[in-house]
Design a protein around this ligand. Structure first.
Ligand SMILES: Nc1ncnc2c1ncn2[C@@H]1O[C@H](COP(=O)(O)OP(=O)(O)OP(=O)(O)O)[C@@H](O)[C@H]1O
Ligand SMILES: [Mg+2]
Length: 371
């Protein structure tokens, strides 16, 4: 495995009473698209600003290629940032906007010319060089901001919510374009987003943050199939969680009881450490993804984990539907079902009993939260 290009080591950032980053350590590899993901206020932008040098950490250090740059000002770091508001100068045309940073650096004018042309080609704006920003679409302005950053040939490009100002269709197209661009230029991208679908679609690896703490760093697949705790499982896609009330491990198996469920038996190599701690069993959850839940009018056999309820809202998603199954105690779970089944089920108004069931081995046994 290659040495990290950016090492974030035990970084904390205190703003008055808010601990925005709490002892965060991450290694980012050269050439990867790395996403910082988490709910609003979790510290994503603060971490990006610490990497760029616009914010000084309260403690910890930041290395680039193994060299400490914690005290270097932003303009001395081989790092460039595309801000969320993608500030382009309104009174300069596209070409002048892109050339601006190089002019400030006193780069010779013929070199500026070739580098600006290359950057504009990279973002497919060759034909827009003489346009003013107010003659561009939102997506095109976003590309100007990208070209302005790329032209400086940074080692690392930081992007804070780069697509959030774009409409849904353009956002999807730009996601793919950014991934392609990154493959072409080979620069390490660190992208901040609160949109898990965006992070999953673009990133090689994702760091999930919550309240300034790093929860998990993994590939999108790994985060989805092996979330470290209930928070990550819930943040990455939808999941149905049930609080565990008791458990018993024996002979490579663990039997668990959880709210609403019949006994769930899982094969295990060893009892998970979080169950062995002093914490009560209810700090553990059993969870199942909606795509593993089957819905039927008839009761399944005993080899399944099952629940009885009635149909709630059904949301049409194009390829399939997301159905809500309301349980007797007022809570509900969700299932992905095909459109034909959705049509054949009794309507929510009828309140007829239906069954939701799944295989025990599709369940995840997780700590509610890792501290
Ligand atoms: N300059 C500042 N002074 C005081 N508190 C700040 C400052 N900047 C950020 N914070 C606080 O630090 C926490 C993290 O903020 P940050 O901007 O990093 O969140 P974020 O994850 O980027 O959220 P969002 O998704 O809403 O952009 C928040 O509680 C925020 O209010
Ligand atoms: Mg932010």
């Amino acid at each position: 495995m290659s040495d990290p290009i950016v090492s974030i080591r035990n970084i904390s950032k205190q703003f008055d009473s808010v601990l925005a980053l709490d002892d965060v350590s991450i290694d980012i590899r050269p050439g990867e698209i790395f996403a910082l993901l988490g709910p609003s206020g979790c510290g994503k932008s603060t971490l990006l600003r610490v990497i760029s040098g616009f914010e000084t950490p309260t403690s910890g250090e930041l290395l680039l290629d193994g060299e400490d740059m914690t005290q270097l000002p932003p303009n001395k770091r081989p790092i460039n940032m595309v801000f969320q508001s993608y500030a382009v100068f309104p009174h300069m045309n596209v070409e002048t906007n892109v050339a601006y940073g190089l002019k400030m650096d006193k780069v010779p004018s013929d070199e500026i010319k070739t580098r600006v042309a290359t950057a504009l080609a990279q973002v497919h704006l060759e034909d827009f060089a003489k346009r003013m920003p107010d003659q561009l679409s939102g997506g095109q302005r976003q590309r100007v901001a990208l070209a302005r950053a790329l032209v400086k040939k940074p080692r690392v490009l930081l992007l804070d919510e780069p697509l959030s100002a774009l409409d849904a269709k353009l956002r999807d197209a730009m996601r793919l374009e950014l991934v392609k661009l990154q493959e072409t230029v080979g620069i390490t991208f660190i992208i901040v987003t609160h949109d898990q679908a965006e992070a999953m679609a673009m990133a090689d690896r994702i760091a999930v943050l919550e309240s300034g703490k790093l929860r998990q760093v993994a590939t999108p697949e790994e985060l989805y199939s092996h979330p470290i705790d209930g928070f990550v499982a819930d943040f990455i896609g939808n999941i149905n969680s049930f609080a565990v009330s008791s458990w018993h491990a024996d002979n490579g198996q663990i039997s668990l009881t959880a709210e609403h469920l019949n006994t769930v038996v899982l094969a295990i190599d060893e009892t998970p450490a979080f169950l062995l701690s002093e914490a009560p069993a209810s700090d553990a959850v059993l969870a199942v993804r909606p795509e593993h839940v089957t819905v039927s009018l008839t009761q399944p056999d005993e080899n399944h984990v099952s629940l009885r309820g009635t149909l709630g809202d059904v949301a049409y998603q194009g390829q399939h539907c997301i159905a809500e199954i309301r349980l007797d105690n007022g809570t509900s779970i969700s299932a992905i079902i095909d459109n034909a089944l959705a049509k054949s089920l009794p309507s929510a108004l009828e309140q007829a009993p239906i069954w939701a069931f799944w295989q025990a081995n599709n369940m995840l046994l997780l700590p509610r939260k890792v501290d």
